[in-house]
Write a protein that binds this ligand. Structure first.
Ligand code: COA
Length: 138
């Protein structure tokens, strides 16, 4: 399953989306959920919220994942570009996300796409592993 394959690191295991969390994106009008399909199989997704609930109009990315066998072909970058486009069109002027400090690959992926550290979040993952909040303007 995509969620297990993508979030196998100890800092992410307790934070994997459950079935009902995935379903909640379908019911929330402020949710943005984009899926990448190949040959009728889900190979990646990005999930978050546009920023209407916050005064800062800041959108949030809750998760992005691409199946290991489908990586480094531009799918993650495409999902990110589409999410940023949708959030901007729906009125967000900024986007934030959290990433595990130890997740070097994802940190590099986000840095290349203009995300800068906002602050360090001590013991944010599993009560043990630090996170980083990243942000960028839209
Ligand atoms: C982070 C993640 C989503 C990136 O997905 P991806 O599909 O591999 O992303 P892309 O292919 O667009 O980009 C990855 C790298 O591949 C390279 N790449 C893209 N297309 C390529 C191609 N056709 N040939 C060779 N390399 C390519 C890019 O240069 C890119 O490097 P960069 O980030 O330094 O620019 C993926 O690694 C993942 O699912 N990780 C596990 C989950 C996770 O940690 N999520 C983030 C925390 S929420």
């Amino acid at each position: 399953m995509l969620e297990h394959a993508c979030f196998d690191a100890p800092y992410y295991r307790p934070h994997r989306f459950t079935h009902s969390e995935f379903l909640s994106y379908l019911q929330n009008p402020n949710a943005v959920f984009l899926a990448a399909m190949q040959q009728q199989l889900l190979v990646g997704y990005i999930a978050g919220y546009r920023g209407v609930r916050s005064r800062s109009r800041s959108a949030r990315i809750e998760s992005i994942a691409v199946a290991p066998a489908a990586r480094r072909r531009g799918i993650g970058g495409l999902l990110m570009r589409r999410f940023l486009d949708v959030a901007k069109r729906r009125g967000s002027s900024r986007v934030t996300l959290e990433v595990a400090a130890a997740n070097e690959r994802a940190r590099q992926f986000f840095a290349v796409r203009g995300f800068k550290p906002v602050r360090r979040l001590a013991a944010y993952y599993g009560g043990r592993y630090d996170g980083l909040r990243l942000g960028r303007a839209l």
